[in-house]
Design a protein around this ligand. Sequence first.
Ligand code: ATP
Length: 824
Amino acid sequence: MSSNSGIQIPSRLPLLCTDDGVLLPGSTMRISVDTARNMQLVKSRLLKGTSLKSTIIGVIPNTRDPVHDSDELPSLHSIGTAGLAVQVVGSNWPKPHYTLLITGLCRFRVTQLLRERPFPVAEVEQLDKLEQYTEGDQADGELGELSLRFHQAAVQLVGMLDMSVPVVAKLRRLLDSLPRETLPDVLASMIRTSNKEKLQVLDAVDLEERFKKALPLLTRQIEGLKLLQKTRKRRPDDDKRVLAIRKGGVFPGRQFSLDEEAEDEDGDDTAMLEKKVKAAAMPEAALRVCLKELKRLKKMPQSMPEHALTRNYLEMMVELPWSKSTTDCLDIRAARVLLDNDHYAMEKLKRRVLEYLAVRQLKSTLKGPILCFVGPPGVGKTSVGRSIARTLGREFHRIALGGVCDHSDIRGHRRTYVGSMPGRIINGLKTAGVNNPIFLLDEVDKLGKSPDFTDHYLNVPFDLSQVLFIATANTTATIPPALLDRMEVLQVPGYTQEEKVEIAHRHLIPHQLEQHGLTPQQLQIPQDTTKDIISKYTREAGVRSLERKIGAICRAVAVKVAEGHKVSRADRTLLRMHSIEECFCMSIEDSGIASPPEMPIVIDHIALKDILGPPVFEMEVSERLTLPGVAIGLAWTPMGGEIMFVEASRMEGEGQLTLTGQLGDVMKESAHLAISWLRSNAKTYLLTNGSADPLEGTDIHLHFPAGAVTKDGPSAGVTIVTCLASLLSGRLVRSDVAMTGEITLRGLVLPVGGIKDKVLAAHRANLKRVIVPKRNEKDLEEIPAHVRADLDFVFASTLDEVLKAAFDGGFPAAVSHAQVVSKL
Ligand SMILES: Nc1ncnc2c1ncn2[C@@H]1O[C@H](COP(=O)(O)OP(=O)(O)OP(=O)(O)O)[C@@H](O)[C@H]1O
């Protein structure tokens, strides 16, 4: 039962039933384990065991149909191979399983099944008496002759294979050093044999019988190879490659592969991949890397995780558009028409884009700057990028950089990681399918560091000089300086209400109608309704929410229209409906049955409320300015301009100033400056309230509402002064005035940025007067004439001028407030 030398296996073995194939002694096999019993075996025996003995398990091939696998332990095959588990790898994907690497030691027979759960354990009898191998060489008679013939055949087979493949070279050495009796098992597991044939070899406990079973398999393989060599068109480098053994080998002839069917298919695939690599027209350096990887792939067992990695890499490499490009078709006049047709307003941006294109047309090799469109969300930055691609006839691909916090997102992961991927740029190229697309790098301002666009995964340079990069950002403040330096920044400011109405009627409504399968004959949105949507349901610099609201209207109408289609169409008289529901009621009343709504459905303000609900933003400006100590400032945010309330209150105290509303340091300094200036000018403005210091015995609290948003910057200075002046004087600030400007301790007003967006915000909020620093006067040129006409601008160079413009009747009042009170 046991041998005197070599391996002695335990008399009790846990049994692993496998569908994966047949493990033969002397060979190593990868077995995937996922059934409950096998998983238990791995967990409690292999992972917990500490002795060498605990790593020996019995591997029994599954001979029954795996479909009928049930909880019941099937009648086991009586012979198996004791194996040494040399590696256990666990994975949760796609489902929990282990992969075992097992080396077969010797045959055993199950003499008695001791238990079935949680995994089967059996009393076993060791069959291969390993000492006989040492005697094998001297064996004579039929066994001796058989072993000699087998050895010769094996040498012949190996002689036909490519010695440069390590597995082949190793086998060649083993043929001379291994006891001949081990050869049937070793070779049967290496050459192409079916599981049934391997099972026959396993079952051949008698050595002579084993040689008899394995020899025909070996001869068949040799004949197959010979035939293949004859039939194949001889190509110098094919000869060797084709004959590579086993998993490392590429072997196109299906019936002659040295390994299982899957390996054969893999061989076919690898040859195909090689063809693709050669056809991909990649540059020398990349080709060299690919060929090297191909060579490695051929030598790699398919079951190795790296096999899949290398394959994916090569597939990626062949799919990249190394030398595929589109031809630019640039006609500046056509480009102008297209840009105008696609976009309303944004004249400055369109002009600069046309200049850029014209220069490219004249000098195609010019490495122009990367254009970077900076502006609030929804103002058409992406959409202009798309139009540029159309005018040039190039592919367009958007790469969202928002949320990218890791270089590997852009530059890919190194290929050593399982699940590694190329970065977004290279993926984008693959999607675009050409090497000269337009890449829109969306939201570069959300990028942590500057990317240099060399892909880790690819690890070979890809020439990006043909790619036209356009970047977009909401603000330049957070763009890494090194990146900003390489870009030409084009500001895309927000739209006025009138521009939004035009954009809605020229672009957004037709587009949304089409998206929802509606026609203008079915749905009409009058301009007044659009204005209502803009002012009461959206508060934005761009038009994205506006587009969404229009989409919501289209959806609501589409439902009505679809329902109506079930019954015959009614008269198509153009009726102005007050609401969609009403429209249905009328139809029902008229005909007694639900007939389709009258077309077109016109959305008036009642229908609008039905669909979008009550207005989200009611103008609250005048309501909030009913008490002294409130003033309206103008702020710039990456989302566009906004009006901002500043509130102040006073209480008994010791002259403390409290600031709330998430303020930055600069803003806090402005508040202190404002207080100091007012204190020093208290007399001039009659704020002393009897004592020398208006703050004596008083604490002041300044609050900037919308506390969730951090506010900073010096431009609130004038607003804080005005607000405090109102509080201390007890007078109301004009409810239609907004202001912006930095202040100095001496009462000067300094210029600030973002004037256009701020003025547009004031206009949106229906304010009438805007106080801006005198030195910002020139910035008003950018503002559309009709907006300028609607507003009364006050250009202030001192705080005195600001206060005079902010209060009705000037400041201090011609007849001062204090006096009025005392007279009363
Ligand atoms: N001037 C315009 N004329 C016509 N359509 C416009 C205009 N501006 C914006 N749009 C439309 O508004 C929608 C939003 O625009 P887009 O996605 O280009 O905004 P964006 O500025 O790129 O925003 P983000 O910064 O969020 O990416 C698009 O459907 C676009 O066609």
